[in-house]
Design a protein around this ligand. Sequence first.
Ligand code: BEZ
Ligand code: FE
Length: 344
Amino acid sequence: MASEQQMKNPLLVGRAIRAQLEHEVPQDLPLERDFREDSDYTITDHVQELHKSLCKDPRTLELITSLVSHLHAFARETQLTHAEWTKAVKFLTRAGKESTDYKNEFVLLSDCLGLSALVDEINHPKPPGCTDGCEPGPFYTEDAPTLPSGSSLAKPGTTGESMIFIGSVKNLKGESVKDATIDVWQADGDGVYDIQYPDREEPNDRGKILANPDGTFSYRGILPTAYPIPSDGPTGDFLHALGRHPHRASHIHFTLKAPGYDELTTALYPSHSPFLGTDPVFATKKSLICQLTEERDSKRWAELGFKEGEVRGGRVWVWKYDFVLPTIEQVEQVKAARAQKSKQ
Ligand code: BEZ
Ligand code: FE
């Protein structure tokens, strides 16, 4: 392939073409075959044939062959017009131009098309009885502090009502999982993540919690509320065109890690939240919805670890959940069984 510099210099172009001819003459496809739509050898066959004769990497060939076949089928099925295709290209160009470090429009589109949820299902299948997973979203950061169970994750002054999360990590036999780390990140009571505040100086509402030896853990913090995914770009227009809204039900994100167990990334949702059934990113699952209780007895607040004057709003929300992790082998067995089934 001639480089940009070579293209500007006719002498170098000639040299590049000679080098190509001498060293890697590509196998031309016979052009006498007609690939008009109504012939028995279509443009789809022609593209696939060319890739088959030139592509050396089997997985690349498999992925692109399938992609071409589905894209061409889509164009035929919908009889895609020039105007529609031009609009789609402009839309994707905008998605590229408007993406930033914290707002990747392609990831958002993948989420809103249900593709991220599907890829997660394929890669982390859960044996029955295990906690379901869901995608992490864009607000995870690496800088969360590592903290013992029982810590507070919310800095003083964080907006919202007080909450305690009480959890445990078990395996499918009901045994406590040893040495579990629970990475937690969540929005505050205004539905805003710390990194969305321009004056953020340190992590807030996030932490890597070390579970107790018996697999139990807790943390004090703020009850998160619902919030919209970034909707000021092409993904927002996409949702609008489909009559959908950008609001995610309130939730807490978790990534659980423990030696010998499949890593679990998931989120939990309080049953009182709006938008549970119309999640823009298809990450809300029935099994992840939790019934919270309220603790209004101020004597109990100290027992739960809250300091004098720390509780706001006259109540503490109590959120309990027992996570169940599959072992790495159990997940591999599910994948192998699925692969077997897809071959039949
Ligand atoms: C979130 O839960 O934070 C999220 C997930 C997917 C897209 C945008 C946000
Ligand atoms: Fe989130």
